[in-house]
Design a protein around this ligand. Structure first.
Ligand code: TAP
Length: 512
């Protein structure tokens, strides 16, 4: 298909006032780390944006001590309404600096400015506003009359939604009265540093939030630190499993948000125009770097050819390129390592016999890029149907009956999300009850709201983020037994994850 010529409409990076080097954010100040520094680069151009400090285990120790002091002396003694005021202030400052944050995130992560501007940053503000409202209402969270904060929370986040994952972690922790030490991903620390400036602007008491940058070893030093009470991790299932082992047998509470391989199920009575957009949004949003991405398309056999033809036509109109250009639909892959992983798994798909189709996108000369790709003739045994690719690659399988769709959808070690496209409300409800996924979207996909709990089954982890359930992960019930639907939101290792395997009905959310 011929490309319409669009004039470039780049968002200017001149709004940024970046430092050449960023230190760690400990006890309310930027301080030098004791490790080496490392560069953070733009994945679209491979140019260095800034250098970032690497926290050693000693630096992590200092950060945890600062968080402990702030917890004991300030934050745990402050009223909920005063804590809420700080959270409201942070939310408003995020809104004030929204354009700057969106530009910095696109530059550092590679995701299109349309997404950072319209999705990531507004949701960051929404998360702080939402949990600000909870800070003085914790006794109504369903955890008894006087729920208590846990203490110091150690939080480790990935690179795919750097600022949004930070908000998902920090907002409920602070609202519940905990203090925080957080480690961003190595390739995307920049917006966490701008967020530290926002904390200074908001006059947040020193030590309430500390940010330690660095590689996996920094994260390990943090989650294994003796003086943290809670570990919250978002990332790969392998690292999550390792952390679960390290935390087992301690008093630390643990929540894990891990990988996914979601089924997006399209029935022949689906509203087809919306379904095509939903499939595209489900897997090509954020270059497919989305834990809940609809990476397995299950399409009813009699509409398979129509769906694939329409998908190919739609994908041929997507524009890949400069993440700062407002016309861009598909940005850069976040790192050379992730690009290599996507390439390897895609090559495996081809060698195992699936049929590959790639959109005819112009690939920029520099940077890390992977054009939207569809695999048809995929069988459940193929690696691309089982493993998380975490890139713009869709694996298509077919089904004939609802029972077959459910069996195929649940045939995965993961259980984070799923989508259903059909005109029949009764079919949606019947399927929702049988899909082993923490979130099921019906006639939509990738919808996020701070009031709605989000989290997984099986190897997608345990615990919930968002909503009232997200608070439970940072609170100790007191003088009252919490209902199973809430206590499942945060499990201690000693329960062996049993709470996380509760019946589907208590753990589902259907987005409209
Ligand atoms: P990981 O390699 O697991 O990294 C996640 C974070 O953990 C990074 O900050 C990483 O640091 C750090 N880390 C690495 N090794 C560690 C260790 N031994 N101890 C403590 N921390 C350690 O995952 P990723 O590649 O960044 O992210 C992609 C994965 O995250 C995908 O599987 C995706 O599905 C999952 N994810 C899940 C969700 C939810 S909500 N379920 C959301 C987003 C992403 P470095 O960056 O320095 O390596």
């Amino acid at each position: 298909m011929a490309f319409l010529e669009y004039a470039a409409a780049p968002e200017s990076a001149s709004i940024l006032n970046l430092k050449a080097q960023y230190g760690l954010f400990i006890d309310g100040e930027f301080v030098d780390g004791h490790g080496d520094v490392f560069d953070t680069i733009s994945p679209a151009t491979e140019e260095v944006i800034a250098s970032i400090a690497q926290a050693t285990a000693g630096d992590v120790d200092v950060a945890v001590a600062a968080a402990r002091r702030a917890y004991d002396r300030v934050w745990s003694r402050m009223s909920g309404s005063d804590r809420g005021k700080y959270l409201f202030r942070i939310a408003r400052l995020v809104q004030e600096r929204a354009r700057e944050l969106a530009v910095a995130e696109s530059l550092d992560n590679g995701k299109p400015i349309r997404e950072t501007r319209d999705v990531d940053v507004p949701l960051v503000a929404a998360w702080f506003f939402y949990y600000a409202g909870w800070a003085d209402k914790l006794e109504h969270a369903g955890l008894g009359p006087n729920p208590r904060a846990l203490g110091v929370a150690a939080q480790v986040i990935p690179w795919n939604f750097p600022l949004l994952m930070l908000a998902w972690k920090i907002a409920p922790a602070l609202a519940a009265g905990n203090t925080v030490v957080i480690k961003p991903a190595e390739t995307t620390s920049l917006t966490a540093m701008l967020f530290a400036e926002i904390l200074q602007q908001a006059d947040l008491p020193a030590g309430v939030v500390n940010i330690v940058t660095g590689p996996g070893a920094t994260g390990q030093a943090l989650v294994t630190h003796d003086d943290v009470n809670k570990v919250a991790f978002t990332g790969s299932t392998n690292v999550g499993r390792m952390i679960a082992r390290q935390v087992a047998g301690t008093q630390k509470r643990l929540t894990l948000e891990l990988g996914g391989k979601a089924a997006n199920i399209v029935f022949d009575d689906a509203p087809m125009d919306q379904a095509i957009e939903g499939i595209v949004n489900g897997i090509f949003f954020n270059q497919g770097h989305v834990c809940c991405a609809g990476s397995r398309l299950l399409v009813q056999e009699n509409v398979h050819d129509e769906v694939i033809d329409r998908l190919k036509a739609r994908l041929s109109t997507l524009r890949m390129g400069d993440p700062l250009d407002k016309n861009t639909d598909i940005g850069a892959i976040n790192s050379a390592a992730q690009l290599e992983r996507i390439r390897t798994l895609s090559d495996t798909g081809e060698s195992e016999g699936a049929e590959r189709w790639t959109a005819d996108c112009r690939i920029p000369e520099k940077g890390f890029w992977f054009a939207p790709t569809i695999f048809t003739k995929v069988s459940a045994a193929h690696a691309i149907a089982r493993e998380e690719i975490f890139g713009p690659v869709l694996s298509v399988l077919t089904f004939r009956t609802p029972a077959e769709a459910i069996a195929k959808a649940n045939n995965t070690p993961y259980g984070l999300s799923a989508g259903i496209w059909t005109e029949k409300g009764s079919r949606m409800l019947a399927l929702v009850d049988q899909l082993r996924a923490g979130v099921v979207w019906a006639n939509t996909f990738n919808r996020f709201d701070p009031a709605s709990p989000f989290g997984g089954y099986k190897e997608s982890g345990y615990g919930r983020e968002g909503g009232r359930h997200g608070l439970a992960a940072y609170l100790e019930a007191s003088g009252w037994d919490a209902p199973a639907s809430l206590s499942a939101a945060s499990t201690t290792p000693s329960d062996g994850g049993r709470a996380a395997r509760k019946p589907a009905k208590t753990r589902k959310a259907v987005a409209k």
